[in-house]
Design a protein around this ligand. Structure first.
Ligand code: GRF
Length: 185
């Protein structure tokens, strides 16, 4: 199978990155991770790139992030960008350049709870269910076409950390499933 060349954007712990790296070892998984880009020097996720010998770049310059990212993505002929805990909002211009080629994971059942501080807001709203959503990125925040949603029950005694842990386990399954399902559309 000819795998598409993918780049993963991260800012933090990179556990979704780790899970995609593991999926991508499968001969039938439709992407190969050619590059990891972090906008944070301290992102723990960079260690997964190192551990699995994936080329990585750290671009901390806020104003020039997209300029440098575009250059290397173009040079490496990247076809798919996966945002995995990437905490910088991309410009409309950048998103337009990669229309239909950027996907993101968000820790809620979109369109509910767009934006930050999701778990806390879900708990305060006393939601019975929550989950995660993998979606295409469009010019509005957490808004593009949905590829996959996965749902769990919110247990009554869950604190924020427990909720986050439960949702993240779902995320690992959801992201790889979404990539398998949608990458050739
Ligand atoms: C995930 O919960 C994801 O939904 C959100 O940021 C978190 C990233 O976690 N966008 P990690 O860096 O993949 O561990």
């Amino acid at each position: 199978m000819v795998k598409k060349k993918a780049c993963i954007f991260i800012s933090g712990s990179g556990t979704n990155l780790k899970s995609i790296i593991k999926s991508a070892r499968d001969y039938n998984f439709p992407i190969n991770i050619e590059l990891v880009i972090s906008n944070k020097k301290t992102a723990k996720g960079i260690n997964y790139a190192k551990k699995y010998s994936i080329p990585y770049q750290t671009i901390t310059n806020k104003k020039k992030f997209e300029h440098f990212a575009y250059r290397i993505i173009h040079f490496k002929k990247i076809e798919i960008i996966c945002l995995a805990g990437f905490m910088k909002v991309l410009s409309k211009d950048f998103i337009r350049k990669f229309k239909g080629k950027i996907i993101n994971i968000h820790p809620s059942l979109l369109p509910k709870f767009k934006g930050l501080d999701t778990f806390n807001r879900v708990l305060r709203a006393k939601e019975k269910f929550t989950g995660c959503t993998v979606h295409f990125v469009d010019e509005k925040l957490d808004n593009g076409k949905i590829i996959i949603k996965k749902r769990i029950a919110v247990k009554k005694d869950f604190d924020e950390k427990e909720l986050k842990n439960s949702v993240q386990v779902l995320e690992y399954k959801a992201y790889s499933e979404a990539i398998r399902k949608n990458i050739y559309l």
